[in-house]
Design a protein. Structure first.
Length: 255
């Protein structure tokens, strides 16, 4: 039984190291949130962004969130076998349509509240293509906009790997709950931003007010990051208990 015991010890020790490494990287998620949100704050101070540009950046983040949400929903369904694949074939297209419509309506509000439409940047009747053109134009012409969007996308990519895939959360969450998850975040976050941006825009977008608005958004982001971290710690504690039980059984086999 000695080789079996040694093999079991090696496997459990390796599993311990992997889980500890993943847990350590997950604990860096709040730092990643702060770094990603520092980019637009720096652009407000350095390049004089107004409320409309800041709101459009945060609206573009919705598209990034939606793209990663599609990946999460797809992996969540695939983890459930053939039935999950059928479910995913229905849920993913529905999510794309519904979330896309949600983002379009939200984008129109952003343009109106930010006052960008009044500057002639949004030509003609609002449409999804006009919104995309507006964002792509800002990426090309507005200093720091592309880098800020890339930093935000990098954070969400980091979260996908270390908060979703590696800890195995895609196996634990129900597909319906995962499909609804982005909406809760966006509603709370962007209602706060939209209503906060109205007085900021009326004041002429002073730097201190925009920085305050971005800081509020950062704090809300940190709150949303804390939820999966707490859940992940609970899962890690359960995994440790399972490993301890396995070690105990291996010890009994050795004797």
């Amino acid at each position: 039984m000695e080789p079996v015991f040694l093999w079991g010890q090696t496997v459990t020790a390796a599993a311990d190291r992997i889980r500890a490494a993943v847990a350590g990287l997950r604990r860096l998620s709040p730092l990643a949130v702060v770094v990603a949100n520092l980019f637009p704050i720096a652009c407000v101070v350095m390049f004089g962004w107004d409320a409309g540009i800041l709101l459009l950046l945060y609206w573009a983040e919705n598209l990034v969130i939606g793209a990663f949400a599609i990946i999460k929903l797809a992996t969540n369904c695939l983890a459930r076998g053939r039935l999950g694949m059928v479910l995913g074939a229905i849920m993913v297209p529905f999510f794309i349509f519904h979330y896309g419509l949600f983002c379009f309506v939200h984008g129109v509000f952003v343009v109106v509240i930010g006052g960008i439409g009044g500057e002639g940047r949004l030509v003609g009747a609002p449409s999804a293509f006009a919104l995309f053109d507006l964002v792509s134009g800002l990426v090309k012409s507005e200093p720091g906009f592309g880098w800020s969007l890339a930093a935000i996308a990098g954070f969400h990519g980091y979260s996908l790997i270390f908060d979703w895939l590696l800890p195995g959360r895609f196996r634990a969450v129900e597909p319906t709950a995962q499909m609804a998850e982005p909406y809760g975040r966006i509603v709370v976050l962007h209602l706060t931003l939209l209503f906060g941006a109205i007085p900021v825009a009326l004041m002429g977008s002073p730097v201190w007010a925009l920085v305050t608005l971005a800081a509020i958004k950062t704090l809300l982001d940190l709150g949303f990051v804390a939820l999966p971290l707490k859940e992940g710690q609970t899962q890690l504690d359960g995994a440790k208990a399972s490993l301890e039980a396995l070690r105990s059984k291996l010890g009994q086999m050795r004797r």
